[in-house]
Design a protein around this ligand. Structure first.
Ligand code: ATP
Ligand code: MG
Length: 578
């Protein structure tokens, strides 16, 4: 029996802090200063910070100095409008340069930045603007007209709308202003005011995979985590060209699409357009991307587009592919390693953790299907759960930690890392409930093998109890995607009088396969031989697509609700299905 003593090199975060500059004259720590100004001060102002690839036309380069100037102007413009500190600023826009200027300019002005996904409809926008008490919205004229204008009477905290691009003058409302004019009029010098590392900086809404999205609050100290985890898990070096494909509407697109790459001084690719396999391969090739950070669904969709498309491109600059957001099945790891000829590294984290917590590392052996090990400075543990999924508490009042290899428990992290969330908006009780003893517990179930690698089992809510077994949907989904006919699978428990639940799988087939009774039998046989009859799906349903969140996660709760004719709940983050 193997045990896992907690290892925590306490100096890790001190070192991380020392790698940052801090505001001049000891005025504190500000994310935007670390991301932009200090690079310019250290003579790196001419390096390209953001290489923006517009939907059509040539790429546009923004240097670190360009971004310093523009974010200074943005912060001055906010000051001009009367915003001192603690004001909520949201963006509702596609991946355009002004979004990045607004995000970092807001942080300079010591406001709280909230990204909203551009495809949200009016209801999810109103809900988030009101919950976040957003005072300033940065958006485009088209978005404003289509979705926000009619909501104004229901948005009591919203004071100003700043329009990026053309069209502001045609909106007859004194609170709607032309962002470009404001920036032109503002000075390009700005002194960031004192920023306490504990000052609120970011408000992120979770993906809504398991229920109504929660607003997670993060502080400026998070930058220590953004910097260090980018350096350790994504191996970012200032010579890198890095592409994080996540939209800033989700935490990945902010932590690793804005902050971490800039703090680490790299050139960051921002693609305005949506997923398109041909376009993505072309960007990887032409922009000479060296580190590529994406999601399992994206890798599976690239795989579905076929190997020939990939073979028509060359990726000599690429040295690392990383993935987050959902379990990365071994089949996808092996496929991507073959196509890109570089290590393919899964990592795990959540909106609440602010940054990568568990990761495979570039110079460590990868076990396909595993999330890797806790990063230096992070102590992860597995906590024992009872039949109802509640934590088991020991005599000392603390949760009981699992120390044996391969036993499933709730994945937990020793509280206190820099990018840990500091609250759920307006929900102190729920926040408190995430902590037990010294642990933050994540709501995900995992196991740890005898080499210390963590394996994702499923979300607490998704795990299936069948005939006395605890079945993780990921294990079943992985076995199914191993079959050449299956590109993606979503697995749920379907109530059954005899065994509690039976396992039901929804599968999406590769282009060259068609649904048939024979294929269904073949898939069940394949799953049985891999998993055994108790765990293999009893029912298989062919689907043309699965419901995903806009951040790319399979929404098993919707598969379940639809199967059982239950209420679908909050669907604000549901991606429109093909
Ligand atoms: P909500 O909390 O609103 O239900 P969500 O949990 O999907 O939504 P996020 O914070 O965006 O919102 O996602 C974090 C979750 O994504 C994790 O708790 C985990 O379930 C899943 N996840 C992230 N990375 C991985 C990974 N590498 N392997 C498996 N699951 C992952
Ligand atoms: Mg969650």
């Amino acid at each position: 029996m193997q045990t896992f003593p907690a290892q925590r090199p306490s100096s890790q975060w001190d070192e991380a802090r020392n790698r940052l500059d801090g505001l001049p004259e000891g005025r504190g720590l500000n994310i935007a200063y670390e991301a932009l100004d200090r690079h310019a001060l250290h003579g790196r102002g001419d390096q390209v910070a953001i290489q923006w690839v517009p939907r059509e036309g040539d790429a546009v380069s923004l240097t670190y100095q360009d971004l310093v100037d523009r974010t200074n102007r943005f912060a001055n413009a906010l000051a001009e409008l009367g915003y001192e500190t603690g004001h909520g600023v949201a963006t509702l826009a596609g991946r355009i340069p002004d979004l990045y200027v607004a995000a970092l300019g807001t942080l300079k002005s010591r406001g709280i930045y909230t990204p909203l996904f551009s495809a949200f409809g009016p209801d999810p926008i109103a809900m988030r603007l009101n919950l976040g008490r957003i005072a300033v919205l940065v958006t485009t004229a088209a978005q404003y007209r289509r979705k926000v204008a009619a909501l104004r009477p229901d948005l009591p905290s919203l004071q100003h709308v700043l329009i990026s691009g053309d069209g502001a003058e045609e909106i007859d409302d004194p609170t709607v202003l032309d962002l470009n004019q404001l920036l032109e009029r503002a000075a390009d010098h700005y002194e960031i005011g004192p920023t306490d590392p504990e000052d609120r900086a970011l408000l992120h809404f979770t993906s809504g995979t398991t229920g109504t999205p929660k607003g997670a609050l993060h502080v400026h100290q998070a930058v220590e985590g953004h910097a260090e985890t980018g350096r350790l898990a994504l191996d970012l070096r200032s010579s890198d060209t890095f592409w994080c494909t996540a939209d800033p509407g989700w935490v990945t697109g902010t932590s690793y699409g804005i902050i971490s790459p800039l703090v680490n001084g790299v050139t960051s690719i921002v693609d305005e357009a949506d997923f398109d396999p041909e376009r993505w391969y072309r960007i990887l090739q032409d922009q000479q991307v060296s580190v590529f950070y994406t999601a399992p669904t994206a890798l599976r969709m690239l795989q579905r587009a076929g190997d020939e498309l990939a073979a028509g491109h060359k990726f000599p600059s690429l040295r690392l592919v990383a993935s987050v957001g959902e379990p990365l099945d071994p089949e996808s790891v092996i496929w991507a390693q073959r196509v890109f000829q570089v290590p393919v590294l899964d990592n795990w984290w959540q909106t609440e953790t602010g940054g990568i917590m568990i990761s495979n590392l570039i110079d460590h052996p990868v076990k396909p299907g595993s999330m890797g090990k806790p990063l230096p400075g992070i102590t992860a543990g597995l906590l024992k759960c009872d039949e109802q999924g509640e934590l088991v508490v020991g005599h000392d009042g603390d949760p009981v930690e699992i120390t044996t290899a391969d036993e499933v428990g709730e994945l937990a992290l020793e509280a206190g890392w820099p990018s840990m969330f500091r609250g759920y908006l307006d929900n102190e009780e729920r926040y408190r409930a995430c902590f037990a003893g010294r642990w933050y517990h994540s709501g995900d179930l995992a196991r740890r093998d005898s080499d210390g690698y963590f394996w994702f089992v499923g979300r607490n809510d998704d795990v299936i109890k069948s005939a006395g077994h605890l079945i993780g949907p990921f294990e079943v989904e992985s076995a199914l995607t191993e079959h050449p006919a299956v590109v993606e699978a979503g697995v749920i428990g379907k109530p059954d009088e005899r065994v509690g639940n039976i396992v039901k799988a929804f599968v999406v087939l590769a282009n060259s396969y068609a649904p048939s009774e024979e294929l269904r039998r073949d898939l069940i046989g394949h799953a049985r031989s891999r998993l055994g009859a108790a765990v293999a799906p009893r029912e298989i349903q062919f689907s043309t697509s699965l419901p995903h969140t806009r951040s790319g996660k399979i929404m098993r709760r919707l598969l379940r609700a639809r199967e059982l004719n239950l209420d679908e709940g909050d669907t604000s983050t549901l991606e429109s299905q093909a």
